[in-house]
Write a protein that binds this ligand. Sequence first.
Ligand SMILES: *Cc1c(COP(=O)(O)O)cnc(C)c1O
Length: 417
Amino acid sequence: MSKLAILGGAKTCNSAWPAWPVWDDNERGALLGVLESGQWWYGEKVGQFEREFAELQSCRFAVSTNSGTTALEIAYRAMGVGPGDEVVVPAYTFIATATSVVFAGAKPVFADIRADDLCIDPADVARKITPRTKAIVPVHFAGHVAAMDHLQEIADKHRLPLLEDACHSWGGQWNGQGTGSLGRCGVFSFQASKNISSGEGGIITTNDERLADCCRSLTNCGRIKGGMWYEHGQVGTNVRLTEFQAAILLAQLKRIEPHRARRAAAAATLDEELAQIPGLRPLKNDPRNTRRTYHLYCFWFGPEVWEISRDQFVDALNAEGIPASCGYLSPVYANVCFQPGDNPADNPTIRRPAEGSDLDFSRTSCPVAEETCKNIVWLTQSTLLADEDRIRMIALAIRKIYRNRIDLQNKELADVR
Ligand SMILES: *Cc1c(COP(=O)(O)O)cnc(C)c1O
C-alpha cells in the first residue's frame, strides 16, 4: 500500500500532461503570410474558413464572430428574441448560454439536465414551455450531442426553433449530420480552451439563408448584402474576426479529426477502466451520436461508496499528478448575477438583472444540475490527448486513492478536530 501523495507519499504521475494550444509550422506560416500580405481585415481567409467550417458541420452557411458569446447574442437577435420573450436553456452550462439571452433583452428559463449525458432533459423542456417561449437551446455538453430527435419533436409541436449551443462540438455528428445543422442554427466557440482555437473566435452555422444574411449584417455594422459600403440597414455591431484569426483557424481545422480520434480512444479506455472502480460511473454514449467529440471527459463520483467528498477526491487526484477538476461551482441560475443582491448599493457598477425585473431565480431548482455540481469530475480535452499509458495512469491513481480512502476519511476527522 503506497501512501497518498496528498498525505506526503510519492505521486502516481510526475511528468507534464500535453500542453494547450497545439501549433506548428502550419499556424506559423499562415500567420506570417497574413502579416506580410498586409491584408489583415475581414477578407479572403475569413471567407475561406467560414466555407470550410460550414462544410465540416454539413451546413449551407456560416457567419464568423469574435467569440462564442457574441455568436449567441447575434443568433438570439437574428431569431427575433427580445423583451417579453423566454428562452429555455439548460441549468448546467457555461454562463454565456443564459447571459446572452439577457443581453438580447429576454428571460432565460432553466430546464434540468439528464444524469446520463449532462444535456438538457427533453421532459423538463416540455414542462418549461409557456406562451412566451421563443426558442429552445440544447447545449451539446462536453461534446455529447443532446437528445435532438426528442427535442425536435417538442419544438415542432410548439412551432419553436432549436438553437444549438455547439460550443463543445466541433466536428460532432448526430445520425451522420453535423451539429449546428440540426436546429434553426448553431453556435461554436474558438476561445483558447476550446478544441480548436484562435485565442478568441466564434461562428454561427445555419441552413437558412435569410437568417445567415441577418447574422452577417448584425455582425458587420448592419451592412446590407449587396449594399453600399456606408449603407446600414439595421442597427448592428462589430464582432468581426480578423484575417490573423481565420488563418490560424484554417490550420487548426486540419487537427480536428486526428485530435478527435485520439480523445475518443482515450475516452473509450477511461470508460472501460472507470466502470470497474466502485462508486464511479462514466456517462452513457448514444449510438445516434455518430461522431462524438470530447471537450471534456466527465464521470460521476459516488461519495456514499467512497465515504469522502468529491472535492476531497479531486484534491487527492490532483496531488497524484492528474489534472482533474470539479467543473462549474453551481447551476447557472445560482450565480450571483442571477440572484437578488443583499445590498444593491454595494457595487453601483454592477447591476444584477434579477433586481427590479421578472428575472428572479431565487426559487428555481434543477435537482440533477445541483447534484452534478456536487458530484461530477471533469478531465479536459487536452488531457485526453495523452498517450494510452498516461491515460491508464489516471485509473491507476484513482485505484490508489480508492485503496487508501480510509486515510482521507481519517484526515477529515483530524481536520474537524
Ligand atoms: C465557451 C462556451 C461559450 C462561449 O464561448 P466564448 O468564445 O468563450 O465566448 C458558450 N457556451 C458554451 C457551452 C461554452 O463552453
